[in-house]
Design a protein around this ligand. Structure first.
Ligand code: C5P
Length: 216
């Protein structure tokens, strides 16, 4: 069974998707980590991001693997490095590269195979797994998302003003939504959940009820 969870950054999507996968005993696929992994490898190789073929070549050549919560590129654990601001900023170029998207979409389908997976991203319900059994679109108000991201940065020792987090987030949202392929939007048959007022546990509970799992 495939369950897709799409939505913007900072809506608590990752936490919810991981917890849901745990509760159901499903595998978890973080597709954002794959766009980040390609961006990280491009930075390592000093690839010019405006050279779309060179960026696609990197996506074609590297081997991305998941080991539990860890992300490996060609066997190297890059779980921490793919979360830096540099990689976050660079991932717009891998996410906006049509060939990279084709390569990663194909890998995502292969990783999922015919197993039970909760997969998280922007285009999982619309493009990658249009026939998924359950599709969710997790959102929250821009302010609550920005506040959450600001707290995440603070936990890593980075103090960034809320206005800046909000401005960066708006830029990313606009780019994500405007992309010609793999744009961030809810699938027509997705259930939308707004997490502005509820915590991750309550969201997971809600999703389990919809899926027909066994809430506590
Ligand atoms: O979700 P996360 O912030 O890790 O995503 C990293 C980058 O990859 C973002 O720019 C996001 O728009 C992009 N992405 C994508 N398609 C996905 C998942 C993430 O374009 N399925």
């Amino acid at each position: 069974m495939i369950i897709t969870i799409d939505g913007p950054a900072g809506a608590g999507k990752s936490t919810v998707a991981r917890q849901l996968a745990n509760r159901l005993g499903f595998a978890f696929l973080d597709t954002g980590a794959m766009y980040r992994a390609v961006a990280w490898a491009c930075l390592q190789r000093d690839v010019d991001f405006s050279d779309v073929d060179a960026v696609a070549d990197v996506a074609r050549t590297i081997v991305i693997q998941f080991d539990g919560d860890e992300v490996l590129v060609d066997g190297q654990n890059v779980s921490g490095e793919i979360r830096t601001n540099d990689v976050t900023a660079a991932s717009q170029y891998t996410a906006g590269n049509l060939e990279v998207r084709e390569i990663l979409v194909e890998q995502q389908r292969r990783i999922a195979g015919d197993s039970d997976v909760v997969t998280e991203g922007r285009d999982q319900g619309t493009v990658v797994f249009p026939a998924a059994e359950f599709k969710f679109f997790i959102t929250a108000s821009p302010e609550s998302r920005a506040r959450r991201r600001q707290e995440e940065f603070a936990a890593r020792g980075q103090n960034i003003p809320l206005e800046q987090v909000l401005a960066d987030q708006t830029d990313r949202d606009n780019r994500d939504a405007a992309r010609k392929v793999g744009a961030m939007k809810p699938a027509a048959d997705a259930v939308e959940v707004d997490t502005s007022q509820i915590d991750a546990d309550a969201v997971v509970q809600r999703l389990l009820e919809i899926i027909g799992g066994t809430p506590d």
